[in-house]
Design a protein. Structure first.
Length: 134
């Protein structure tokens, strides 16, 4: 990570706390998060470790984000990822310097795309041999 981003463990923790305060209060995605997460202090620690691992290569995160999200697939819509990203952009723009905000936003976009594909991507069913497509 370039030095000019000024991303630290402390700045990530402050960012995560403020961002998830907004997520929890959001009309679209707040209900899902508030229902899915029963221990917010523990979850915020896990999220701080995740972002530390992603942005600072600290290796602190030991979880599996895809299975954690797949459990809630029926309650998640693709538009929720857009809202999550919009709140993330707003919060990173407010709290981080421009290079750090841009780096965090780019990484979040890739993460959202990856999770969205894991939840919603399906291959078309192949045509049965000997049957003409409908």
């Amino acid at each position: 990570m370039p030095q000019d981003t000024d991303i630290t463990e402390e700045s990530l923790r402050r960012l995560i706390d403020r961002f998830y305060d907004r997520v929890r209060a959001d009309a679209l995605i707040g209900p899902l998060f508030n229902q899915a997460i029963t221990d917010w202090p523990h979850h915020l620690e896990k999220l701080a470790a995740f972002w530390s691992s992603v942005m600072l290569t600290s290796g602190r995160y030991k979880g599996q984000p895809v299975p954690a999200h797949v459990r809630h697939r029926d309650a998640i819509s693709p538009g929720m990822f857009d809202r999550w990203l919009a709140l993330w952009r707003q919060t990173t723009d407010e709290m981080m310097n421009p290079p750090a905000a841009a780096a965090l936003q780019a990484k979040a976009a890739r993460i959202a795309e990856s999770l969205s594909l894991a939840l919603f991507f399906t291959l078309p069913t192949p045509a049965q041999p000997g049957h003409a497509p409908g």
